[in-house]
Design a protein around this ligand. Structure first.
Ligand SMILES: Cc1cc2nc3c(=O)[nH]c(=O)nc-3n(C[C@H](O)[C@H](O)[C@H](O)COP(=O)(O)O)c2cc1C
Length: 341
């Protein structure tokens, strides 16, 4: 199957504009998930034995999840839940719908097993996303909802912007991620700075703590984070009881083998691995075994997935690897992890 994907299907797909293919895939997924028998067949083909794991009171079917950005509008969760993932992170969702950055904004770098994107949180907005999730109903794996800030929202108003999205989406997620690390929304990464971060996280946690059902919050950090910010956020994670996702995409280009010219955006895939692992190691050390950590960044083969778990990640998230390795990548990772125990 992998051979078929890499030798034929991927070659065909890679002839076509990346964003167009992605949108087509999502449209197919949304169409086909209406048929329960199709979901069941996919579920049967992709099923692998894997150990469930409980983190922050959530039972994850296995440790491998879908990273944010693949299903930005929370529209294809039903079928994606059948591909073998232990959980899905949907979004990024912003309070109000927004078109994102001008196209082209998605670029493949096949020689590097990488992608550069500057999508800029194109999404249908929190209310419409909530409607999609309502329509899909309960699925049998946990759902994380990733929330971001509207591009036209000033940084001073970020907390209220995130909070309003959280209020709308709260009934639909098992956990929530605050995305403060996309390089494609101007100044977003400034939210890593201690004072700004405090102003964001406090009202979010106050809201969660006011609810009868307290759902976990994760912060998705940048691989380009300053060490002092990482130390402060990790300290607050311990004190305030939230989890961390290490990491989002990088704006660095010195990790590439070749010069691809000035393609602005966040780099993901294999070249991100070392940077992301470096932050993961530091985060694990600072977390003192108490803060739950998801690892995202550069998982393009099973060995890298296993390496991240060895470094101390509790859960993994994949995106670019899925594009290069195909739909059976999750199953392959799970088998590899189970065999290497
Ligand atoms: C096309 C594309 C869109 C993305 N959109 C988002 C997003 O909306 N929100 C987010 O938190 N991360 C987003 N990401 C980052 C991924 O979730 C992931 O953290 C990053 O790509 C590193 O993992 P990878 O190397 O496995 O791709 C996006 C990545 C790609 C390639």
């Amino acid at each position: 199957m992998n051979f078929l994907y890499k030798q034929i299907i991927r070659r065909l797909l890679f002839q076509i504009n990346p964003e167009l293919i992605h949108d087509l895939m999502i449209s197919f997924a949304v169409f086909f998930q209406r048929f329960d028998f199709i979901c069941s067949i996919i579920g049967f083909v992709c099923k692998t034995k894997a150990e469930p794991v409980e983190i922050k009171g959530i039972k994850f079917q296995n440790r491998v999840g879908l990273a944010a950005g693949f299903d930005k509008d929370c529209s294809a969760a039903k079928i994606m839940s059948k591909v073998g993932f232990g959980f899905l992170e949907l979004g990024t969702i912003t309070l109000r719908p927004q078109p994102g950055n001008p196209k082209p904004r998605l670029f493949r770098l096949p020689e590097e097993q990488a992608i550069i994107n500057r999508m800029g949180f194109n999404n249908i907005g929190a209310k419409a996303a909530a409607k999609n999730l309502e329509k899909i109903g309960k699925i049998d794996i946990p759902i994380g909802i990733n929330i971001g800030k509207n591009a036209d929202c000033p940084l001073e108003d970020a907390a209220s912007n995130y909070l309003q999205s959280l209020e709308i989406l709260y009934p639909y997620g098992d956990y929530f991620t605050l995305n403060i690390s996309s390089p494609n929304t101007k100044d977003l990464r400034a939210l890593h700075e201690t004072e700004k971060f405090k102003n964001l996280i406090e009202p979010i946690l106050n809201f969660v703590n006011s609810k009868p059902e307290k759902k976990p919050v994760f912060i998705k950090i940048s691989p380009d984070i300053e060490t002092s910010d990482l130390e402060n956020i990790s300290k607050m994670a311990l004190e305030m009881n939230f989890g961390l996702i290490a990491t989002n995409t990088t704006v660095r280009r010195d990790v590439l083998k070749k010069d691809y010219g000035d393609i602005q955006g966040g780099l993901s895939g294999r070249p991100l691995k070392e940077l992301s692992n470096d932050i993961l190691k530091k985060t694990v050390a600072l977390a003192d075994g108490k803060t739950p950590i998801m690892a995202s960044g550069g998982i393009v083969n099973c060995k890298i997935a296993a390496e991240k778990l060895e470094l101390g990640a509790d859960l993994l998230q994949v995106y670019t690897g899925l594009i290069y390795e195909g739909p059976f990548f999750v199953k392959d990772i799970l088998k590899y992890i189970s065999n290497s125990k």
